[in-house]
Ligand binder design. Structure first.
Ligand SMILES: [Zn+2]
Length: 237
């Protein structure tokens, strides 16, 4: 299995017979996804969409007719996508299953869903979408909908929900967002403390890889059992 970083929060997870594309908003400057789509033409392709925001969704996915599309309920509503245009529309708690994968839609502290995926060989994947501890301690005015303490509680409850479903996740794609300042790694740390993670892939980094790289160095010391993969260092992780 290979995990290819594409752009922002978009990853393409390639298995023997599938290509799972999470949160496609745009291709990398060197056309990484387009090349993968060509080389994996014979594999079943999936587009999994966590929510409708522009940095997580592009209507361009609709042009790939053969690809299965698993989209969140808010994407369907806000982007006016009809249920017949996609394979499944998912709300938190919903499950989708076919011959290649099982996916459960998990709550998010922002809009839409996050995605927990089981592959037939037992491999587990988690793509957070915008599920994170958005703890804007230095700029609390960012907390329009809830206080920092409420955010902390909401995020921790999503972690407990995931932990009940699986105590260990093999591949975790999760936000490390420099806009959070000194709290940039709060959510990632809380995730790693609670859920055993084999491979961790930062996302939602706004190309601020220097700051994210420094943070990841600290995580490496705290969580030596986890392998960390930075999207700016390799296209195939
Ligand atoms: Zn986002």
């Amino acid at each position: 299995m290979k995990v290819h970083y594409i752009y922002h929060s978009c990853f393409a997870v390639e298995t023997v017979d599938t290509l799972l594309i999470f949160d496609y908003s745009q291709d990398s400057a060197d056309g990484r996804l387009e090349r993968l789509m060509e080389s994996c033409w014979y594999k079943q392709r999936y587009f999994i969409v966590s929510h409708f925001h522009e940095d997580h969704f592009s209507p361009d996915i609709m042009k790939y007719m053969g690809a299965r599309k698993l989209i969140s309920y808010d994407t369907s509503k806000r982007r006016r996508i009809k249920p017949y245009q996609v394979t499944a529309v998912l709300r938190p708690g919903d499950t989708y299953e076919d011959e290649h994968l099982k996916m459960m839609a998990i709550r998010s502290t922002d809009v839409g869903i996050s995605s927990l995926v089981w592959l037939p060989d037992g491999t587990t994947l988690y793509h957070a979408g915008d599920n994170n501890n958005w703890y804007f301690a230095e700029t609390p005015e960012e907390h329009i909908r809830c206080s920092v303490d409420e955010m902390e509680g909401l995020f921790r409850s999503t972690l407990r929900e995931i932990k009940m479903l699986t105590p260990c996740v093999d591949h975790v794609m999760f936000p490390i967002d420099p806009r959070l300042g000194s709290e940039m790694m709060r959510g990632a740390c809380q995730w790693l403390q609670l859920i055993h993670t084999r491979h961790f892939y930062p996302m939602h980094c706004w190309d601020r890889w220097d700051e994210v790289g420094e943070g990841v160095e600290q995580l490496k010391e705290l969580f030596p059992q986890t392998t960390f993969h930075l999207g700016n260092q390799s296209d195939t992780l």
